[in-house]
Ligand binder design. Structure first.
Ligand code: BG6
Length: 512
């Protein structure tokens, strides 16, 4: 997170390099890091997968992929060639010792060519079942012995419940030290998510009111307008709870709720975040219905087109009981947040792709204005827009000009694209660079992952033992099931309507 220099000479080894993640995210991220001069000539990417392709065919395939996902528009042939000279490839079975000998040889060759020691970053973009065989092979080949010069980066999902995550942590840390393990949650690499720390701790204005005395409740929304696309097979094993709540939403919540940092040290950030997660009041399996809502989309409309329901998506069972929507509320038992609900919702096929954190402040303690002046009064609202239309909005009351005393809610906006010129790095650029620089602040430590699973496990247990009888219970293109609206309505509250890019409120599913 704190970058001063280009990483030491590095070989980045991508396992599972034939998958979507490589061309969609990793290759474009590395390309932009090189273009923006965060990588010098001494970096090499060794892509490993099983497909029998020549290096030219592989370059061609990733070039096409990178063009589609490039954040800076079309990649010129010249820039691509400069970059592609650093991309190498080996074909092989990740469970075979031979592959690891080839990696060793490759790293030795690069060390000879660059006339220096190289660090090795292993990126595991693979199915969870392959993590153990890969770690075993890395250990058998002796890579773990170089504690300073070897790191492994592991993609989510990290386990599928507390028990499997614990087993995975035990297994990975049997061969590698925790300091060598980088567990990715790409939300932490987003600029707007990192900005929560700057906003809270680099300003004196907000922190004094960031507590139960002033804040009525917090809302976290991570909405997606897409369905499961071609990921039905994966999603049938995951569902929204494992796919989004266990990681992205709880990490966001941790940043909003954590205590001020003493320093920007990686462990300090992670300690404060895990403290916040540990303060979340655990819910037992039989209390789940009181606090959490699940949903699955049926068919509906998206941008004027009829779209299928989840059960009709490719590689999804027509009787599937997997949730594509989850909402709920958490309480944190500590001095700062006691009795302040943290509501959250996330789902596929919602009306908009929008992620935001909303802090709704308490009403003023005493209103001295006449009743006619305050008809439109609204509590202060602070909205942190994570994506798209990244920015922060603060709502407050102002006197409407004129002879009559009338107060109106108005908004102050901070917009990233207006305030800062230039492009924003993508989350994967930040995370790859941090991993290469040995900065683990934005990665999840074993205890964070386990604490998050501890919170999610009772919900999984309850939902898996009592299949829903109302799925599908929301139409594609709506804000989830009625029960999600009622979750807040029963507390006398409502969801704040997210705004889309053109600032038009998205379709209403709530009271004003
Ligand atoms: C991934 C989930 O971790 O995050 C996906 O597996 C989801 O299901 C994605 O679509 C959302 O990420 P972003 O960056 O597009 O908000």
């Amino acid at each position: 997170m704190t970058k001063h220099h280009v990483p030491d000479p590095t070989v980045l080894i991508i396992f599972g390099a034939g998958g979507d993640l490589t061309w969609r995210k990793l290759i474009p991220a590395l390309y932009h890091l090189q273009r923006d001069e965060w990588l010098d000539e001494r970096f090499a990417v060794l892509c490993i997968d099983r497909k029998p392709l020549t290096i030219e065919e592989y370059h061609d395939a990733i070039f096409k992929g990178a063009q589609k996902s490039s954040r800076s528009g079309p990649i010129t042939q010249e820039n691509w060639e400069r970059f592609a000279a650093h991309i190498f490839r080996r074909q092989g079975d990740l469970t075979a010792p031979q592959v690891y000998q080839e990696i060793k040889q490759f790293c030795d060759e690069k060390a000879g060519e660059w006339k220096t020691k190289v660090q090795r970053v292993f990126y595991l973009a693979v199915a969870p079942t392959l993590i153990q065989p890969i770690c075993d092979q890395l250990a058998a080949a002796g890579f773990q012995n170089d504690r300073e010069g070897t790191r492994i980066v592991i993609e989510k999902p990290f386990g599928r419940d507390l028990e499997s995550a614990r087993a995975l942590n035990r297994m990975v840390t049997r061969d590698f030290e925790e300091s060598q393990v980088y567990r990715i949650d790409h939300y932490l690499g987003k600029e707007t998510v990192q900005n929560i720390l700057a906003f809270r701790f680099a300003n004196s204005l907000f922190e004094p009111v960031w507590n139960r005395r002033y804040i009525d409740h917090v809302q976290l929304t991570v909405g997606e307008d897409i369905g499961v696309e071609h990921r039905g097979g994966y999603y049938e094993q995951a569902g929204a709870l494992r796919d989004m709540l266990q990681n992205h939403l709880l990490q966001l919540l941790g940043l909003v709720a954590m205590e001020p940092l003493l320093s920007f040290d990686a462990d300090e950030i992670r300690n404060k975040k895990v403290d916040a997660l540990k303060a979340i009041r655990p819910v037992t399996a039989d209390e789940v219905d009181k606090y959490f809502i699940r949903g699955q989309y049926g068919s509906g409309w998206f941008r004027g087109e009829k779209v299928p329901g989840y059960r009709a998506e490719a590689n999804v069972s027509p009787q599937s009981n997997i949730e594509t929507f989850v909402a709920g509320k958490f309480f944190l038992d500590n001095w700062r947040w006691q009795d302040v609900p943290f509501y959250f919702r996330t789902g596929k096929r919602l009306p908009a792709r929008v992620s935001e954190v909303v802090l709704r402040f308490r009403p003023v303690p005493h209103l001295s204005f006449p009743a006619t002046a305050v008809r439109d009064l609204r509590p202060n609202l602070l909205t942190i827009r994570i994506q798209p239309d990244e920015g922060i909005t603060l709502r407050f009351q102002a006197k409407q000009p004129g002879q009559m005393l009338r107060l109106k809610p108005v908004e102050m906006h901070f917009d990233y694209s207006e305030a800062f010129s230039g492009e924003q790095p993508e989350a994967y650029e930040t995370l790859l660079l941090d991993a290469m620089q040995g900065d683990a602040g934005l990665f999840m430590r074993a205890d964070q992952v386990e604490t998050a699973w501890k919170l999610v496990d009772p919900i999984l247990e309850n939902w898996e033992s009592a299949p829903p009888d109302d799925f599908p219970n929301y139409a594609a293109g709506t804000w989830g099931p009625e029960a999600a609206t009622m979750l807040l309505a029963n507390d006398g509250r409502h969801w704040t309507e997210p705004r889309t890019r053109d600032d038009t409120p998205t379709p209403k599913t709530e009271s004003p």
